[in-house]
Design a protein around this ligand. Structure first.
Ligand code: AMP
Length: 285
């Protein structure tokens, strides 16, 4: 079932909630791929009803980012969702979510702002305000669907940590389930933005995973010094890959470390063919 209005989603879910059925929410921006489908599969295994939201959230994009060109493939997304047993696809318009004319007056919106020490690093550093936009829309989706469980991918590990923090700090009655990062056979992390890459670009983009795998290998061989682990990346970089960040932080708190341990995660962001790609790996697994 395709639902575009907030009121309709509430009306649709109400009888299931009255019957004490568990509701799972999988928030997405669409252009669905196997990474999203793995979240849906986990949601199906844990919940009586599964709602997938497909919403390209304007307030999480910076002024020079790809909001207008972000792939929008609702017909295909809807088909994939029904084939995979999703009960409802919720795809509101920006006006439905934020009110008519919000673009002109988005300084007139109540935002949910996660703490600075979670957002002043990694993607938050270059994407100022991004996680305010993410937390605001996810909070709204939680208020609209009131799910028992919500599913997020470790692909966006900083986002997952920040959402967990928001839910804890604001006592939101939902359980956040983190799901493993899904890769192409080549090792490239699946992402809706991979659609922007040429075949050559996709090959170049493998550098991200190679760097992460090598860091993990070095860690397993006994190197724990974070600076030394980060140094190992430079042999992989070339002119086609622009490194934005490479960091090793605590996987739960994003605290900085001088020595890596089994609970550390390496995070990387690079631009390939002007497409911003992110990836991460847990060192201890
Ligand atoms: P997006 O549509 O990019 O906003 O992603 C929606 C959800 O799918 C987020 O929780 C992402 O972390 C998750 N996701 C995206 N790509 C992957 C992937 N390759 N593996 C696992 N989860 C993913």
């Amino acid at each position: 079932m395709l639902i575009k209005k907030i009121k309709e989603l509430r009306e649709y879910l109400q009888p299931y909630k009255a019957d004490n059925e568990t509701i799972g929410l999988v928030p997405t921006m669409g252009a669905l791929h196997a990474g999203h489908l793995s979240l849906i599969k986990t949601a199906k295994s844990m919940c009586d009803r599964v709602v997938v939201s497909v919403f390209v959230n304007p307030i999480q994009f910076g002024p020079n980012e790809d909001y207008t060109k972000y792939p929008r493939t609702l017909d295909e997304d809807y088909k994939l969702c029904t084939q995979n047993g999703v009960d409802a696809v919720f795809s509101p318009s920006p006006a439905e979510m934020y009110g008519e004319g919000f673009i002109l007056s988005n300084n007139n919106l109540t935002y949910v702002c996660p703490p600075f020490n979670y957002t002043d690093k990694l993607c938050g550093k270059s994407r100022v305000g991004h996680f305010d936009g993410v937390c605001t829309v996810v909070n709204k989706l939680f208020n609209i669907a009131q799910p028992d469980f919500a599913f997020f991918g470790e692909k966006d590990a900083q986002q997952l940590i920040i959402i967990k923090k928001m839910v804890k700090d604001l006592n939101i009655p939902v359980e956040i389930i983190g799901c493993p990062l899904i890769r192409e056979e080549s090792g490239l992390a699946l992402s809706s933005r991979n659609k922007y890459l040429s075949d050559d670009g996709k090959r170049e983009a493998l550098v991200l995973y190679k760097i992460l795998q090598n860091i993990k290998k070095c860690y397993k061989q006994g190197i724990t010094d974070v600076a030394a682990l980060k140094e190992t990346a430079f042999t992989f970089l070339n002119n086609n890959v622009e490194l934005e960040y490479l960091e090793i932080y605590d996987a739960d708190t994003l605290d900085e470390l001088t020595k890596a341990n089994d609970n550390s995660r390496a995070f990387i962001a690079c631009k390939v063919e002007d497409v911003r790609l992110i990836d991460n790996i847990k060192l201890g697994e």
